[in-house]
Design a protein around this ligand. Structure first.
Ligand code: PMP
Length: 383
């Protein structure tokens, strides 16, 4: 019997789309030039970077010159926070407690250096408490950073409202849109977003490449020192094949976003419905409607999430507890904790993230295995 394999961890990373890989290949072989070189090889690489910058800018309605290539959203998040705090007299940063570790850990470091970090409250669904944000904005802050959509529970923030509040008070607004690109409508101009982070490998592009959008006129400091790449702000030879792949991945993601999102969303709703009908004592984490099209996150009462994950893995199913970045540490989900979810439910939480390759047959298989595994683990814990 061929072992079935179902990948439902697309929020951790996606495969590289065929068209993306094909577009990248020449930049490893015949078009291998350094984009900073002045000869024809270099010019060809530089031209490829310009095309990709345009493709990526289009996903958020930015201008190509506002896109800076980085090694991924982690670096972009580090860069914007450190830069904002150095360029503003206020020693305060406002974030939410449900941010990605690349924001939280950077803020922890800044706190040790004497900066003040204020955490805006979220409600039970992970939605930012606007009244709390307003009260925190009453005092000067260097930057507000709130993610567009959460990587663990999929909750999408009311970004327009948040960005407007910051804009009205002249506070820099950054959003980590890593999970949201092509899944949530973003127009940085219309929505008054000053800075935004993204990563290619969440949208069927390669790993190790991402970008920071910085609105024209916003002052940022040089982040990596060395050569003059990325308009003298982020030194180092640019990863040309990665950037090309990122550009094509972004273009495809936008081209197919309507069709992909509506198909994946109906699979998501089918999965949520199946789990709630077939498995007793479950709790959906995150907002039921204001949520990423590909995110399903459930707590199974009386079940250890890690044990459930292992049983699912035996059945060829790849899912995750918490986010990939934190699950290896077996820590309690900081996101569910901030949302006020009870410990017992936090321990039994699992994230399934659907993708372009997910089918209804996959969902039926996963729900069947889930039903069996939860029953088994509950019977053991009852003993
Ligand atoms: N922010 C969010 C919301 C993410 O989901 C991730 C990836 N898990 C990152 C930032 C970091 O992205 P990368 O690992 O590509 O730097």
């Amino acid at each position: 019997m061929i072992k079935k394999s179902v990948y439902l961890d697309n929020a951790a990373t996606t495969y590289v789309a065929g068209e993306v890989l094909q577009a990248m290949l020449p930049y490893f072989t015949t078009e291998f030039g350094n984009a900073s070189s002045v000869h024809s090889f270099g010019r060809s690489a530089e031209k490829a970077l310009a095309t990709a910058r345009e493709q990526i800018a289009k996903t958020i309605n930015a201008r190509p010159e506002e896109i800076y290539f980085t090694s991924g959203a982690t670096e972009s998040n580090n860069w914007i926070l450190r830069s904002a705090i150095q360029n503003h007299p206020s020693k305060r940063i406002i974030i939410s407690a449900t941010e990605h570790p690349s924001i939280l850990d950077t803020c922890d470091m800044l706190a040790k250096q004497g900066y003040k970090i204020d955490y805006v409250k979220v409600d039970r669904d992970g939605v930012i408490n606007v009244a709390d944000l307003i009260s925190k904005l009453a005092r000067p802050a260097a930057i507000v950073s709130i993610m567009t959509a959460n990587n663990e529970v999929g909750t999408i923030q009311y970004l327009n409202t948040i960005a407007n509040l910051c804009h009205e008070r002249g506070v820099l607004f950054h959003t980590d849109a890593t999970q949201a690109i092509s899944r949530v409508f973003i127009d940085v101009n219309e929505m008054k977003i000053d800075a935004l982070s993204m990563s290619a490998h969440k949208i069927y592009g390669p790993k190790g490449i991402g970008a920071l959008y910085i609105k024209s006129g916003v002052k940022v400091n040089k982040f990596i020192r060395g050569g003059h790449q990325e308009r003298n702000l982020r030194a180092g030879t640019v990863n040309v094949p990665g950037v090309v792949g990122f550009g094509v991945a972004a273009a495809i993601a936008m081209r197919d976003s309507t069709i992909n999102n509506s198909r994946i969303k109906s699979l998501r709703d089918y999965m949520i419905n199946q789990i709630e009908t077939r498995i007793p004592d479950v709790h959906l984490n995150g907002h039921r409607h204001q949520r990423l099209a590909n995110n399903v996150n459930f707590s199974f009462r009386g079940v250890e999430g890690e044990s459930l994950l292992t049983l699912l893995d035996f059945a060829g199913i790849a899912a995750s507890t918490g986010s990939a970045c934190t699950s290896a540490t077996l820590g309690r989900s900081h996101v569910l904790t901030a949302m006020g979810v009870m410990d017992e439910l936090i321990n039994g939480s699992i994230r399934f993230s659907l993708g372009r390759a997910t089918t209804k047959a996959d969902i039926d298989y996963v729900v069947g295995e889930l039903e069996k595994s939860v029953k088994k683990l509950r019977s053991i814990s009852a003993i």
